[in-house]
Design a protein around this ligand. Sequence first.
Ligand SMILES: NC(=O)c1ccc[n+]([C@@H]2O[C@H](COP(=O)([O-])OP(=O)(O)OC[C@H]3O[C@@H](n4cnc5c(N)ncnc54)[C@H](OP(=O)(O)O)[C@@H]3O)[C@@H](O)[C@H]2O)c1
Length: 245
Amino acid sequence: MSRPDEAPDGVAVVTGGGSGIGLACAAALARRGVRSVLVGRRLHRLEAAAAGLDPQGVALAADLTEPGAPDRVTERVLEACGRIDVLVHAAGVFEKQPAETVDDDHWRRVLDVNLTAAMALTRACWAPLASSGGQVVLISSIAALQPFEGNAAYAASKAGMNAYGEVLRLEGRDRGIRVITLCPAQTDTELWAGKAPEAVRARMMPAAAVGELAASLVGLDRRVDIAPVAIRPVRDPWQGSEPAP
Ligand SMILES: NC(=O)c1ccc[n+]([C@@H]2O[C@H](COP(=O)([O-])OP(=O)(O)OC[C@H]3O[C@@H](n4cnc5c(N)ncnc54)[C@H](OP(=O)(O)O)[C@@H]3O)[C@@H](O)[C@H]2O)c1
């Protein structure tokens, strides 16, 4: 990871930053002068995404489920950028399996990336965030609030993220850290590739809208405490026939 020029308005670490909602958050933060370090597994995607941001982003390849990876990511960001002002957790997977037959590997894979990695990276970034008076944005899901058939592991991971986020929100107050939990419903990203027809995807929320909301909340007056925020498409893109992620 190369040393970036000074970011005018802070440094964000954005997991899942190479695509979808994570990249949209980074783009919206960039419009507010925040430089993002984009974290994911696919370096080429991260590099392409980082180059398209202004101020330009920084690509950092890591599998956040590997032991020690969240600590290494934090160290490398601090080496390169010297500070962390915003941490956005958008890395996640959406895989469905009926609860009756859910297997241990599936359960672990989903929980590891969607929940445990977010916890481990937040823990590693907590002291730097306290130093900067920073903010955490957890990209959870409407699935945390509204159960759907076939996604027991996903819903459990996101409900866990909401609960974790609420504890962080309380603990962050004394450290000067604001924690925001965002619970979007269907958003048109690669997560739906092969899982939803184009016509359905076209009726989903655009990722840019979710990113814009996240960045707006980060920019909100710091005297405002933000409870978990749920957002949905105006109408169900499946017309009520299929679960949201
Ligand atoms: N799209 C929706 O309808 C929707 C609705 C509610 C919530 N969400 C949540 O929004 C978040 C972003 O999803 P998305 O819709 O934007 O889909 P996406 O484009 O597939 O984004 C998921 C990101 O997670 C990264 N990732 C996955 N496993 C990783 C790992 N082990 N280590 C590091 N990075 C990892 C992926 O990058 P690599 O593959 O390069 O690692 C990818 O950039 C997810 O947490 C998802 O649950 C999505």
